[in-house]
Design a protein around this ligand. Structure first.
Ligand SMILES: Cc1ncc(COP(=O)(O)O)c(C=O)c1O
Length: 440
């Protein structure tokens, strides 16, 4: 695989951009510079084509450059939908309607540019609503890059130390430069450990608990039966705001969010990624009583939400088009993604069995992850203790060399889109067989 042009571009960009890339979580080996994406395929600067399962960290539910989304964007530009920065617009109203009608727990919504901004506002709203400061997050969860949630995602166990069920983890920041006292008010618990949540709620004045309903930044780690319901009950008992971060799960698994499938109603939810099929848009929504703090008449109670680019018409046009497609095609689109996912899962399982590789494929609809361990993980500790990370990385790199792009970092989720076909899945399985035959 020739990557000379990609490497030259990295070298050139490194002169001015620290690390050579604009979001440092994108800095991985092999160093590939992508220049084009259509449907289920992406191309790099050297002209190599790949079947894409990275999906830019999962926004592309409809595939790259979906024709209807692209035309809506072009039309909005042609019609003069420019950023006004004063008053409301018809477009933000339509996006809000589509969101609220799709997700049952949303009485009100606000639109942001990214998922991180949405989770930032969730914390601020919850603190204003409860008058409390403390926050509970999950070990192995990711809720954005801002202080207070940027912690404990793929933390090495040596850094976390020993841990017993029902206890908190030490706060492990993902970044230098955070105020030291953050650890006093952010509490990290293991996913699927209701006792640890209950203990935190008893010990601290907790404003909110924030969690992805499925941990999808360490692959696909599902809630055990009753876990999300248990969180709801605990939050209700202690007056804690339950925030479901559906930035990755929302619209990917169902139009009503994973919360709709699970039958759990959060107080606040955050969205991003799949809402606008690759364009930058986030959203926060939930109970009117909490959301209306954004427009509270008393300035001392009002929560600030401001952003020059909030509701920018270009991503809003993409979001309207995407959500209208999901609404129109819901009945066929999600079953189709499920069928593709099932074909992928069964095919991979058969291959791992054939080549005697210990592996477990965990999947929710179009999102899947292969763990090189003998069971589906229940939390990050389970992954860290049992998953063969080195093998996972070798597997990903070998697939990339054969034209199948999974992000080359252990446990990163694979994402199918409606642009993938059965033939694409079969081609992926053929490449996987070749990789397994060579040995990983
Ligand atoms: C669950 C979850 N929440 C929040 C975010 C942050 O979103 P963004 O990268 O758009 O700021 C992400 C991004 O990966 C995410 O997966």
């Amino acid at each position: 695989m020739d990557t000379a042009k990609s490497e030259a571009l990295f070298a050139r960009n490194r002169r001015l951009i620290p690390g050579g890339v604009v979001s440092l979580n994108r800095l991985v080996d092999p160093k590939i510079a992508f220049v084009r994406g259509v449907g289920a395929r992406v191309w790099d600067a050297d002209g190599n084509a790949y079947l894409d399962y990275h999906s830019a960290f999962a926004p592309y539910l409809l595939g790259h450059a979906h024709p209807e989304v692209q035309s809506a964007v072009v039309r909005s530009i042609d019609e003069g939908w420019t950023l006004m920065g004063s008053g409301t617009t018809p477009w933000e109203g339509r996006a809000a309607e589509l969101l609220c009608e799709a997700v049952a727990s949303l009485d009100r919504v606000q639109i942001t540019t990214t998922g991180s901004e949405a989770t930032y506002h969730a914390l601020r709203l919850a603190r204003a609503y409860t008058g409390r400061d403390h926050v509970v997050v999950m070990q192995g969860g990711y809720n954005g890059w801002h202080d207070e949630v940027a912690c404990n995602v793929m933390t090495p166990l040596e850094r976390l130390g020993p841990h017993a069920a029902g206890e908190e983890y030490p706060f492990a920041p993902l970044s230098a430069g955070m105020p030291a006292n953050i650890a006093e008010r952010v509490h990290v618990v293991e996913f699927n450990d209701l006792d640890a949540v209950e203990a935190c709620f008893r010990k601290y004045e907790v404003a909110c608990l924030v969690t992805e309903p499925i941990l999808q930044n360490i692959g696909v780690v599902k809630p055990l039966p009753g876990y999300l319901e248990g969180l709801r009950e605990s939050c209700d008992r202690h007056g804690v705001v339950l925030v479901l971060d559906e930035v990755k799960t929302g619209f990917r698994h169902a139009r009503g969010g994973y919360q709709g499938l699970a039958g759990v109603r959060p107080d606040l939810s955050t969205f991003g990624k799949a809402i606008a099929n690759g364009y930058p848009l986030g959203a926060i929504g939930g109970r009117a009583e909490i959301m209306d703090l954004f427009s509270h008449p008393d300035p001392d109670r009002r929560v600030l939400i401001a952003g020059t680019f909030n509701g920018h018409p270009t991503p809003v046009a993409a979001a309207i088009a995407t959500m209208e497609i999901l609404k129109r095609d819901e009945a066929v689109l999600y079953p189709r993604l499920e069928a593709l996912g099932d074909r992928m899962q069964r095919g991979l399982e058969a291959l791992f069995a054939k080549y005697g590789v210990t592996a477990t494929v965990v999947r929710q609809g179009s999102a899947f992850c292969t763990y090189f361990m003998d069971h589906a993980p229940r939390d990050w500790r389970d992954v860290a203790l049992n998953h063969d990370m080195a093998r996972d990385l070798r597997y990903r790199k070998a697939l990339i060399a054969r034209g199948v792009y999974h992000f080359p970092l252990p446990t990163k989720q694979g994402s199918l889109s409606t642009a993938h076909t059965e033939a694409d899945v079969d081609a992926t399985l053929e490449a996987t067989e070749a990789v397994l035959r060579d040995g990983i």
